[in-house]
Ligand binder design. Structure first.
Ligand SMILES: C[S@@+](CC[C@H](N)C(=O)[O-])C[C@H]1O[C@@H](n2cnc3c(N)ncnc32)[C@H](O)[C@@H]1O
Length: 241
């Protein structure tokens, strides 16, 4: 019951934020979050089915559809399942994609991701853009194990999120910004999380390891592609200034 109440407060919060999400983000980060969201799209292996969790107002979804359409306009159709708990966020996704001529078929699911169990071996890519930080460590340990079972053999997980730089003023700056963001989301959506969870450790626990990684915004944001260990390609790591 408590989780249900918290969840509906959280959903209503994101519903209210849906129209303002992009302008607020622009004021604080400019284009840097969108750059991080799309940074490694061109390094994704060939895929047919993709699961996007919590894309919010759909800017990454739009970029993915655009890049697929640009690179292979007449290819066989691909499917994206986009899941979000907020109907208003999903409306924004639909609006963004409306009139975008594409052969990518998109299925929208409105549900609590913590309750979602993808069919086994059904997605080549799972995408989590600034999404895993909505959950605490215990929730992530449980849910990520469930979600990863939806990946096909050789499938990859495309993850974008905030991280704490190791030291120095960058760490100090990141702590301040993250504190302000957690406060903002606590007030608007009831977010309970107050700190970043070490998701890299959870990925390692699932035997998923980085095959490509890009650090941005003074090392405060990381875009990473993870893959199961035995299938790792050669790892690449790039740092933005
Ligand atoms: C912090 S926003 C991130 C939005 C977007 N991915 C971005 O890059 O800015 C989190 C998004 O995840 C959704 N979300 C949060 N908790 C969720 C849950 N338990 N199940 C499904 N969606 C959830 C919210 O509705 C919101 O759209």
């Amino acid at each position: 019951m408590k989780r249900q109440n918290e969840h509906s407060f959280n959903v209503r919060g994101y519903d209210r934020l849906a129209s303002f999400y992009q302008p607020i983000e622009r004021c604080v980060f400019g284009d840097r979050l969108q750059q991080a969201r799309t940074a490694l799209l061109d390094q994704l292996p060939q895929w047919d089915r993709m699961l996007v969790l919590g894309d919010g107002d759909g800017r990454l979804l739009h970029a993915i559809v655009h890049s697929v359409t640009q690179s292979q306009p007449s290819s066989a159709s691909r499917t994206i399942v986009s899941l979000d708990q907020s109907s208003k966020m999903l409306d924004r996704q639909r609006e963004r994609l409306a009139g975008h001529g594409t052969n990518v078929s998109i299925e929208f699911i409105q549900t609590d991701a913590l309750e979602y169990q993808p069919p086994a071996d059904s997605f080549d890519v799972i995408v989590t853009p600034f999404f895993l930080d909505c959950f605490n460590e215990a929730e992530l340990r449980k849910a990520m194990r469930v979600w990863v079972a939806g990946l096909t053999v050789g499938g990859v997980w495309y993850h974008v999120d905030f991280v704490l730089p190791d030291r120095g003023w960058r760490r100090f700056r990141a702590k301040l910004l993250l504190h302000a963001m957690h406060l903002f989301f606590r007030v608007t959506t009831g977010l309970r999380n107050r700190t970043l969870v070490d998701v890299q450790a959870i990925f390692e626990n699932l035997n998923m390891h980085p095959i490509a990684k890009l650090d941005g915004d003074r090392s405060m944001i990381t875009t990473t592609i993870y893959q199961g260990q035995c299938l790792q390609a050669q790892s690449t790591r790039v740092s933005l200034p």
